[in-house]
Design a protein around this ligand. Structure first.
Ligand code: SF4
Length: 66
């Protein structure tokens, strides 16, 4: 079984929501946001990520306008 890369993942994670227990656990992070109809923070540029609007609609909107 492969080892969890949580510490390495945390180094490249751009999520600014510090209290989240899923930080660095990319598998849990992805499943959580997918269930909510969202994408994880790393799909968004830093300035947009900080708004915490992780909806798929927001993702499409920002990439249509950039
Ligand atoms: S993107 Fe969401 S689930 Fe992932 S670390 Fe940030 S707040 Fe937590």
């Amino acid at each position: 079984m492969p080892e969890c890369k949580i510490e390495a993942n945390k180094k490249i994670c751009n999520c600014s929501y510090e209290p989240c227990s899923r930080k660095g656990l990319c598998c849990d992070c992805l499943h959580y946001h997918r269930k909510m109809g969202q994408l994880p923070a790393c799909y968004f540029p830093d300035d947009v990520e900080k708004t915490y609007d992780r909806s798929i609609e927001n993702f499409i909107r920002i990439y249509q306008n950039r």
